[in-house]
Design a binder for this molecule. Structure first.
Ligand code: XLS
Ligand code: NI
Ligand code: NI
Length: 437
């Protein structure tokens, strides 16, 4: 165990009354709901990048957060030190999963072959640590947005050499994710978009992205990777316009390329906000379309127009996001990935623990409340009652695929329905929701 954090033993559940800031007040990993423990329901995942590579830089200032493994020196030795601290943190938090980009875990080499080798060396260390701690991999991904070679995109780059590079990089990242038993493989199209249409062949770029994804799906089958590929929608940032704008856009893209059975979505709260959607909208839509995969759980800022990636702490907001997932039976291969970073003034090692502990507590509360709401069924009954007219056979018939517009017009001519508007009861339902909070 490293000397990085102030505590070396796993954070305990001490209940809501505790004054200990490094204890869980609500997240009791072993507590069971419906035959499954909270740990199994929530599938908490610590992300490598924000927790161990983020140094606090913003467009106006450089690093503020100093870490012993970031800076000059033997980069592979530092990567190993980083892995030690990362696994210490997973253990201290009792987080069952982690996630990473290839470039988070190991330094970029002089060639792709060297970079891949670096990743493999650290992955071997991970394999041993995973064995020893029981921590599992929720997903892996490739960073194809930080290096300057990707400035005009990865698979959507005008330069075919970059496309080829990306194919080779993704192949290796998928291999490593598979070797480590990863349950999903994620693709966030960081620079898959454009800055200006004046220099962009949009149609061609979409075709490149589509073929790239089809090849990734084929490769997944070839190596026997059972989990889904997850696309992570985001409307903009870093590019002015990203192709994976939101869940609806991604669905169209998957259908157009025939990969909707193999590819699902990883939905992030802050990205939903940037697309001017609510988190629950994106979740509900993905569930409705059959492409719900996983969540990047974080929080945007209402005043700030970028991806602030704060730790999610707002329980009522999260209840609304979790409610449709609970109703749908919970996560399958997905989980709650803390794609969240401490603020650039939060300099202490333990700030990482406070962020995670607080958000794990908030998620646990929200999940329990959402479960109560779903079990109680009052809200569900109101929705069902609103659509009850559709249960009548003559109304069902309108959607049976055989009835035509002319048939319905004839029915209306014979027996005019005379629709009677009814209250939507929104305020009543908002009050009802508050009773659970
Ligand atoms: C950035 C994304 C990124 C992905 C993984 O906005 O959220 O962190 O989750 O590449
Ligand atoms: Ni994310
Ligand atoms: Ni993000």
């Amino acid at each position: 165990m490293s000397q990085f954090f102030s505590i070396k033993t796993p954070v305990k559940f001490e209940g809501a009354g505790t004054a200990n800031p490094l204890a869980f007040r609500h997240y009791d990993a072993k507590k069971t709901i419906g035959g499954k423990s909270l740990a199994e329901h929530l599938r908490f995942t610590v992300c490598y990048w924000h927790s161990f590579t983020w140094t606090g830089s913003d467009p106006f200032g450089g690093p503020t957060i100093e870490r012993p493994w970031i800076g000059a020196g033997d980069q592979m030795a530092l990567a190993k030190q980083k892995a030690d601290v990362a696994f210490d943190m997973f253990t201290v938090l009792g987080a069952p999963y982690f996630s990473f980009h290839d470039r988070d875990i190991a330094p970029e080499g002089a060639t792709l072959a060297e970079s891949n080798k670096n990743v493999s060396v650290i992955a071997e260390i991970f394999a041993k640590k995973m064995q020893a701690t029981g921590v599992k991999l929720l997903w892996g991904t490739a960073n194809m947005f930080s290096h300057r070679r990707f400035m005009a995109g990865a698979a959507t780059n005008p330069d075919p050499d970059v496309f080829a590079w990306c194919a080779a990089q993704v192949k290796h990242a998928m291999d490593v994710t598979h070797q480590l038993g990863g349950e999903n493989y994620v693709m966030w199209g960081g620079r898959e978009g454009y800055e200006s249409l004046l220099n962009t062949d949009l149609k061609r770029e979409l075709a490149q992205a589509g073929r790239f994804l089809q090849m990734a799906v084929d490769y997944k089958h070839k190596i026997g990777f059972k989990g889904p590929i997850l696309i992570e929608p985001k409307p903009q940032e870093p590019t002015k316009h990203q192709y994976d704008y939101d869940v609806g856009n991604v669905y169209g893209f998957l259908k157009a390329n025939g990969v909707e059975k193999d590819v699902k979505v990883n939905i992030e709260q802050n990205h939903a906000m940037l697309a001017k959607h609510s988190f629950e909208h994106e979740i509900e839509l993905a569930l409705a379309l059959g492409i719900f995969g996983s969540l990047d759980i974080n929080r945007g800022d209402n005043q700030v127009g970028w991806d602030t990636d704060q730790f999610a702490m707002n329980v009522p907001e999260m209840v609304l996001a979790f409610y449709p997932i609970v109703k749908a039976g919970g996560f399958t291969t997905g989980g709650l990935n803390f794609d969240a970073k401490i603020r650039r003034q939060s300099l202490d090692a333990d700030d990482l623990l406070h962020g995670h502990i607080g958000s794990m507590d908030a998620c646990a509360r929200a999940w329990e409340i959402a479960t109560t709401m779903a079990a109680d069924g009052t809200l569900e009954k109101h929705v069902a009652a609103r659509y009850a007219g559709w249960d009548k056979p003559e109304n069902k018939q309108m959607l049976d695929g055989k009835t035509t517009l002319a048939d319905i017009a004839a029915r209306v001519a014979k027996n005019e329905p005379n629709p009677q508007p009814r209250s939507c009861k929104q305020e009543y339902l908002e009050n009802l929701i508050n009773r659970y909070m």
